[in-house]
Design a protein around this ligand. Sequence first.
Ligand code: SF4
Length: 440
Amino acid sequence: MEKKFYLETFGCQMNVVDSEQIAGLLEEMGYEPTSIPEEADLILLNTCTIREKAERKVVGHLWQFKPLKESNPELIIAVGGCVAQQEGERLLEQLPHVGVVFGTHNIHRLPEMIQNAKKGRRSHEVAFLDKESRLRLFPTRRCDGSISQFVTVMQGCDNFCAYCVVPHVRGREISRPSTEIVAEVRRLAENGTREVTLVGQNVNSYGNYLPDGLSFAGLLVRVHEIPEIERIRFVTSHPRDISDELIKCFADLPKLCSHIHLPFQSGSDRILGLMGRGYSRRAYLDKVAFLKRVCPDIRLTTDIIVGFPGETEEDFQDTLALVEEVRFADAFTFLYSPRPNTRALNLQDETPGVVKQQRFQCLLDIQEQISLEVWAGDVGKNFPVLVEGESRQGNGQIFGRTVWNRIVNFNGGSELIGRTVPVKIIASYKNSQLGESVKI
Ligand code: SF4
């Protein structure tokens, strides 16, 4: 009987891609996936430490698996990703039922570590690799025929924003050679993929230190040339590094979806300075204006941090004013959470928690209202939807996305999967829309 693995992924798209690689390695070892932890021989959590809350959730979750290990001593519990990278051996000390801890650069070591765990040897590996070794280990997406796939183009970050743990748990920035990326997208396209999202911590600095000098805009052009690919997206962009050349791609490359995720974090120049973001409020707004000029139907999404150390009421009002000016289609809003090894830990913070919480709620309410209005504006209009599969609600509907990455559920047959079809939006909800097919 085949052994089974249960894999849970937390956090960003980088972890999603890493989990694909982990699943591939486990399948090569003879494991098959299961969605039921109770029937698994191997439980693996791929973790995120970007917020303290996310980290606590992972550790709490790991404790829940302890009774399973007690009733099945053969069960192997493994922890990977950013919490593993940050905590290393401490996780083994804290969680006696965990057998394997592997960091963000050590996924390739997993098979050997699992073999050791089978022999009762618990182990951890969290060493950062040098650039040469990392280049050989970029994950390749499996060709499972999914209509939409993520493709890693770079990893790590050199920016060291004052609040961010990423450079400490993912390492320094490294770009993957363009020939490899293009070959991977071609393979995916031959197997049915129609949309790719190019992912990296800061895709705008793609190509730094690569010998061929190709910029991220140049990479987009090469991916755009692949005939079967109908849509291209990318994430995440740093406002300081987004070039005019890249912004013009929204006008010049028809397959590039008119949506960009551009985190602004704070609307106050003083707080942006403390964060070390490297741009001003004015510079951010100028980039937004340029994006809207070259691509009038573009929609923006963003990340915002409330309650950064030293944030005054005036700073917070600057953030609200920017939100109201840009009118983001969606925003990920976060209450600042102190992370180990980051510079912000040394900043004075006298704002009471209750005030931060009130500001957070106020921002949430304003952004929710804007999002509702933006998406409600689609009702009654027709948009092309790339159909990805059967609807998750299981009510006989199919689902796809608009160019703005909004999920649309509508009635239609499975023969439409993989095709781009016109759909009329008839209702808009918080996270999705309802549509109906339009006769062509
Ligand atoms: S750009 Fe800043 S926020 Fe983004 S990953 Fe790098 S350090 Fe973190």
